[in-house]
Design a protein around this ligand. Structure first.
Ligand code: UDX
Length: 428
């Protein structure tokens, strides 16, 4: 085995694990630290503790080749490491700003344990200026290297990123971090730390605005009788616009967009700028959730109290088991608040007692069970399996066959022939 650059990755979550696996694939010698006992035990026995396509296979390869191993503490992981990647969560705090406690805990834990000259690389999404604060705590150079991977395609995104952004006040350190990714062949953008941190927020905010735009356009299409799918086709061929991130839906969610857009509004506010454009995109997203609820209400006969409603899909998108800031969860909760009995099914959520975020929702074993006795069913996450359902059977178990397809996944003509009342997003 050719010795590689010694790298520590702190945090084995949605960002840390794919990052560790990718760095090991590039030939570096990676030690990944995780403090959660259950997660560490899962990893030690070769199990990935969350749903991520292809990650299990890649981890098995790099563990078998000796390029990646797992340890409990950050302090242990950083011993001997030339680069230390910080990949821990920055959840949204009460005031919209990112909560930095995990990042700061790691910084405090590794300060004093780092090798002389070690470079700390921050991948966690943090407010601009945090790198300087981390330099103060750790007493070493901190480089900002924002992550752009998507859940569900994290392996491909980590191995073949569109670009690598590295920010540091010490440009030599930034270039050394960039070299760790030379294998990817991706364009390298070297900036100061504040600029790198801003690129991360700007990317997520731009994509969120794009989605709010298409969702608003879908709402308009419904009123004027246009088909948003064809509008998007007409837009997408314009290379300045492109096709990506223009699928209308129930609104955007996940662990990044909601918290990062809120954080950027807050960063701007603190700096004396009112980012009204982004505030409007966030408000439009809440409207998108509300429009789905209104459609369900309408199809359920104009009243939700006392009605049963089926919900298909609870994760924030398909391909992940993540329900953080999921539009589907927000919509299910709202339906419960409005008095509906909500029966939900998601391939990643086992039937049985509801976890806290789904309290009041009945969790079902399959899609048919979820719409038993329902006056309407809402498809909220684009799981492929919903396409293949036996809709005659669905029709027969429902109290009235009405379907809100919040992802435009299904064929309205076929459903209408089967006797369904169908409502999609921005389409006839
Ligand atoms: C996002 C960014 O894409 C990624 O670069 C960053 O590192 C983390 O945040 P992720 O949260 O995994 O990734 O989800 P993403 O695929 O971007 O989807 C975000 C939300 O937008 C989801 O709720 C998804 O359903 C929605 N979406 C996305 C649409 O409604 N339509 C689309 O066309 C694309």
């Amino acid at each position: 085995m050719t010795p590689g650059v010694r790298v520590a990755v702190v945090g084995a979550g949605y960002v840390g694990l794919p990052t560790a696996a990718a760095l090991a694939t590039f030939g570096h010698d990676v030690v990944c630290a995780e403090r959660d006992e259950a997660r560490l035990a899962a990893l030690a026995s070769g199990r990935v503790p969350f749903l991520e396509d292809g990650l299990g296979g890649l981890l098995a390869q790099v563990v078998a080749s000796g390029k990646l191993r797992f340890v409990r503490g950050a302090a242990e992981a950083v011993r001997g490491a030339e680069f230390v990647f910080v990949c821990v969560g920055t959840p949204e705090g009460d005031d919209g700003a990112a909560d930095l406690s995990f990042v700061e805990e790691v910084a405090a834990e590794i300060a004093g344990e780092l090798e002389p000259g070690a470079i700390v690389v921050n991948k966690s999404t943090v407010p601009v200026g945090t790198a300087a604060e981390l330099e103060r705590i750790t007493g070493t150079t901190v480089v900002s290297n924002p992550e752009f991977l998507r859940e569900g395609t994290a392996v491909g995104d980590s191995l073949h990123p569109d670009r690598v952004v590295v920010g540091a006040d010490d440009r030599r350190a930034a270039r050394r971090v960039g070299e760790l990714f030379s294998e990817t062949g991706a364009p390298l953008i070297v900036t100061d730390t504040v600029t790198a941190e801003t690129i991360k927020y700007a990317s997520n905010a731009f994509l969120a605005m794009k989605l709010s735009f298409v969702n608003a356009l879908a709402a308009l299409c419904e009123l004027i009788g246009a088909d948003v799918r064809d509008v998007v086709l007409g837009l997408g061929y314009d290379r300045r616009i492109g096709f990506d991130f223009l699928r209308p839906g129930p609104g955007w969610g996940g662990s990044c967009f909601p918290k990062d857009t809120a954080a950027l509004v807050r960063i701007a506010e603190d700096a004396g700028y009112d980012f009204a454009l982004l505030r409007a995109a966030i408000a439009a997203n809440h409207e998108a959730h509300a429009r789905v609820v209104r459609k369900v209400e309408e199809l359920a006969g104009g009243e939700l109290a006392g009605r049963t409603v089926g919900v298909w899909g609870l994760t924030f998108k398909a391909g992940t088991d993540d329900r953080r800031s999921s539009p589907a969860v927000a919509i299910a909760r709202r339906l419960v608040e409005l008095g509906a009995t909500v029966r939900a099914y998601d391939p990643t959520v086992p039937p049985g007692p509801s976890p806290q975020d789904l309290s009041g929702t009945v969790l079902c074993a399959d899609a048919y069970d979820a719409c038993r006795g329902a006056s309407a069913v809402a498809l909220l996450t684009e799981w492929e399996e919903f396409r293949g359902l036996d809709f005659v059977k669905v029709h027969d178990v429902m109290a009235s066959a009405a379907l809100v397809d919040a992802r435009n996944l299904l064929d309205p003509a076929a459903l209408r022939r089967t006797g369904f009342t169908y409502a999609g997003v921005g389409r006839p």
